[in-house]
Design a protein around this ligand. Structure first.
Ligand code: PMP
Length: 417
């Protein structure tokens, strides 16, 4: 760990600290689903750089596409000029959707969320946007206004965006959820918020993650998303799905909303979309994406290198979906078998998996830190979510034997608590 600690020391001197690092991994290079640190140690990648490297590291088709594009041109603002690559990727993205859509390119998740809020307000002429407790949508002011998975993410940055409301998500930790979670939460929204707090005619959109990622891999009941879709349609409110973490095949469908048989109006994407090069997008129903007055734009959105990588990603992911579902089930089964009094629940969809640890009915944060650190020492890179959830987001291409080996290490570490 000698070289690693040197980098870590310099990092604390020259970089603003994020306070979200779980263990001292200093990466040197990576191939497929294996990571090598600066001291030459090998690790199994069970987080894909937090859900980004869906096709694994060093994918030859991505490298070739980006190299070819580098020789053509690196950048030329799409806001002011045209290029066919941007059209091709947008056409491909839209072809994967269950409705006619249009695309706006960004460079990150938070920018996609910001853009979706502007589009929703611009299209409807309404001010309010309603988000959900325990969500994560990013850390710029608009997206942060709907982020509440941890208090440090928002508490000292007020005032946030006005005309926002946060309502409960159907999560078994939510006190409303002792019995029928979906209908309690839906009636809270419909009968209280939209009757007594805000006029539905002033609400532009609901924004939510179809599965909460940072909040702890919380999978809502199907009826909840379907009920929310109904409330939206009945009131002319748009439904924004933040699929930054769940999108592009992560849950075994191209988009997570497909698992719930609902149709959003706007979808926020980033992470896996650019194959490791910063790229985000808002994809929305065509009529919603045409703003009657005003516009939204940026310099770097739809950068050609990122789009070249994305074209490969969008070509390859559909062929991986059934293995994502199967392998996800296998990993969840392994984790569920852990003989640990602290393993409360294993949940997720596809290769978005969470194992929640509790002690005396409360989040077991120390347990999470131990499992992540000890797995790291044994060459497995998992990550945390929520207060005490071991989260796995491996590359969607991860070999079965590596995934099983990684899952078994985590299972054993949960058993050792
Ligand atoms: N939305 C969701 C659902 C996310 O998980 C994240 C990142 N974890 C973001 C938005 C923000 O993305 P970025 O970090 O690229 O701004």
């Amino acid at each position: 760990m000698e070289l690693a600690y040197k980098v870590i020391e310099e990092d604390s001197k020259y970089l603003m600290q994020s306070f979200t690092r779980w263990y001292p991994l200093v990466i040197d290079h990576a191939k497929g689903s294996l990571i090598y640190d600066v001291d030459g140690k090998e690790y199994i990648d069970m987080n894909a750089g937090i859900g980004v490297m869906a096709l694994g590291h060093g994918n030859e088709k991505v490298i070739k596409a980006v190299e070819d594009q580098m020789r053509k041109f690196f950048h030329y603002s799409l806001t002011d000029f045209y290029y066919d690559l941007a059209v091709r990727v947008a056409r491909k993205l839209v072809s994967l959707l269950p409705f006619d859509g249009k695309v706006f390119y960004t460079n990150s998740g938070t920018e996609s969320v910001e853009a979706s809020i502007k589009i929703a307000r611009g299209h409807t002429g309404r001010q309010y946007v309603i988000g959900f407790l325990n969500s994560f949508h990013g850390r710029t002011f608009g997206s942060m206004s709907f982020t509440s998975s941890k208090s440090v993410q928002r508490s000292m940055f007020s005032p946030l965006l006005p005309s926002t409301l946060l309502v409960p998500y159907p999560d078994r930790h939510n006190p409303l959820c002792r019995e029928d979670c979906s209908s309690s939460v839906l009636s809270y929204i419909e009968d209280w918020i939209l009757r007594k707090v805000v006029d539905p005619n002033d609400v532009a959109a609901f924004i939510l993650e179809p599965i909460q990622g940072e909040g702890g891999v919380i999978v809502p009941p199907r009826e909840f998303l379907q009920g929310l879709e109904k409330i939206s349609r009945n009131n002319g409110i748009l439904l924004i799905m933040d699929e930054v973490q769940t999108g592009i095949g992560r849950t075994g469908k191209m988009f997570a909303f497909e698992n719930f048989n609902v149709k959003p109006d706007l979808i926020c994407l980033a992470k896996a979309l650019g194959g490791g090069i910063p790229l985000g997008a808002v994809v929305g129903r065509s009529e919603v994406m045409d703003l009657p007055k005003g516009s939204h734009a940026n310099t770097f959105g739809g950068n050609p290198l990122a789009l070249a990588a994305s074209e490969v990603v969008l070509e390859e992911i559909p062929g991986l979906l059934s293995r994502v579902s199967k392998l996800g089930e296998e990993i969840r089964d392994i984790l569920s078998l852990a003989r640990s009094p602290y393993l409360d629940e294993v949940r997720g969809m596809g290769l978005m998996i969470g194992a929640e640890l509790t002690k005396d009915g409360k989040p077991y944060e120390d347990g999470l830190a131990k499992v992540l650190n000890n797995s790291f020492k044994r060459g497995v890179l998992a990550i945390g979510a929520g207060e005490s959830v071991v989260r796995l987001l491996p590359p969607l291409t991860i070999e079965e034997d590596l995934a099983v080996k990684g899952a078994n290490v985590i299972k054993e570490e949960m058993e050792k608590l």
